[in-house]
Design a protein around this ligand. Structure first.
Ligand code: TRP
Length: 389
């Protein structure tokens, strides 16, 4: 069984009466900021950086940060299963300290997509002023992704990579269905063209849905434009054939990751039939027009009985890639006091990223569960699987 050591709350935790300018613990902002502060401590970030990042999180959430957790989630946010508009992740690279990231829906998604889009743009522009980076790539796409009557599951999400030093790297996620489900291909094709990747769209694999277009903004060595595609009923073999990146990864590596993350024994041939696998292709300056990055995501939460199992798989994958799972287990304890075996969905996705010129990276997505813990699953036994008593 996975042994998660519980951590006492850190001193920086907001209190209803204290001088801290963060919302109280029983509110959405207080809950998620508290998780973030403890995660920062696990990640070894300094108290001042952590406090700054927690402040950015609650500011970006806006008024819903003050909303008591006793009320329902502020919107039907697609960001997480229980509609918490915040999710954490840890990216592991062999021999390096993992990097901590937070994904959030500015404004918490309240008031519908049009208003949410305006909150989103305002929040990203505020970050850009604060850290002095350009929003030009986003501004160039405004008419495509922020029409008067937007459609689809989100308006704008924003992710921050929380580096030491208090200046995060910023990523923005946009909704290709904003101008209509029937315009998704045209929207993504035009966005990629405007961003200087006129051939990119034609290189993408066939998919059931294009979920996001994502932009790196701010201080990146090589900023990427990323396209996320969803693939229903995906088999390990089909996953192995998804990458359009030049020079690998080898299909067998993706297949092995698929099996390890989905919990399939070698030779067992099952498909991801409960929730689709996701591919993400990253485009950077390149002579060939081919993607320079490929990430494969397994929605592990729908293929486990409980989070103990998800953590076992995550830990095995991290060890396989030369990373130490200790910080993952400490991070889980920083986010929740429940036992992993008592729910499912705390670990939302496991992903494997290959980016040109860098070692492979394993990313583990950790839910906030501010509103609900999904009970352990009773999975129908797979043929040939041994059932436990
Ligand atoms: N909740 C959505 C999903 O599960 C979107 C999402 C949130 C997501 N975090 C993610 C997608 C991380 C991929 C990776 O699909």
């Amino acid at each position: 069984m996975i042994d998660v050591r519980h951590r006492p709350p850190v001193g920086l935790l907001p209190t209803p009466s204290g001088p801290a300018s963060l919302p109280a613990g029983g509110s959405l902002g207080g809950h998620t900021a508290g998780q973030l502060l403890r995660l920062c401590e696990v990640a070894g970030l300094g108290a001042a950086d952590a406090a700054g990042y927690a402040q950015v999180l609650t500011t970006a959430l806006g008024p819903v940060a003050l909303r008591p957790l006793s009320l329902p989630a502020p919107s039907r946010s697609f960001l997480s299963d229980d509609h918490t508009p915040v999710e954490f992740s840890l990216a592991f690279e062999a021999g390096q300290a993992p990097s901590l990231r937070v994904l959030l829906e500015p404004g918490g998604g309240v008031g519908g997509l049009a208003r949410s889009g305006r909150s989103g743009l305002r929040a990203v522009r505020a970050l850009a002023r604060r850290w002095n980076f350009s929003t030009d790539p986003l501004d160039e796409l405004e008419d495509l992704f922020f029409p008067l009557s937007p459609q689809g599951p989100l308006a704008l999400w924003c992710a921050l990579e929380l580096r030491p030093g208090g200046v995060p790297r910023v990523k923005v996620y946009l909704n290709p269905a904003a101008s209509g489900a029937e315009r998704v291909s045209a929207t993504v094709r035009e966005a990629l063209r405007r961003l200087g990747h006129p051939q990119a769209f034609t290189t993408l694999p066939e998919s059931d849905r294009i979920l996001f277009l994502a932009l790196d903004l701010g201080d990146w060595d090589v900023p990427r434009v990323k396209v996320y595609t969803a693939h229903n009923n995906l088999s390990a073999a089909a996953a192995g054939g998804l990458s359009r990146k030049e020079d690998g990864p080898d299909p067998t590596e993706i297949e092995a990751f698929f099996r390890a993350a989905a919990g399939l024994e070698n030779g067992q041939d099952t498909v991801l039939d409960r929730r689709p696998g996701l591919a993400c292709h990253a485009f950077t300056e390149s002579a060939t027009g081919l993607p320079t990055g490929f990430t494969f995501h397994v929605p592990v939460r729908d293929y486990v009985r409980h989070d103990g199992e998800a953590l076992e798989r995550a830990s095995a994958l991290l060890r396989h890639y030369g990373a130490d799972p200790a910080q993952l287990l400490d991070s889980v304890a920083a986010v929740t006091s429940r036992r992993p075996e008592d729910g499912t969905g705390l670990i939302a996705y496991l992903a494997l990223a290959h980016q040109a010129g860098r070692p492979p990276r394993v990313t583990v997505y950790i839910s906030s569960e501010a509103y609900r813990v999904r009970p352990p699953a009773v999975l129908s036994p797979r043929p040939g699987a041994v059932q436990e008593a």
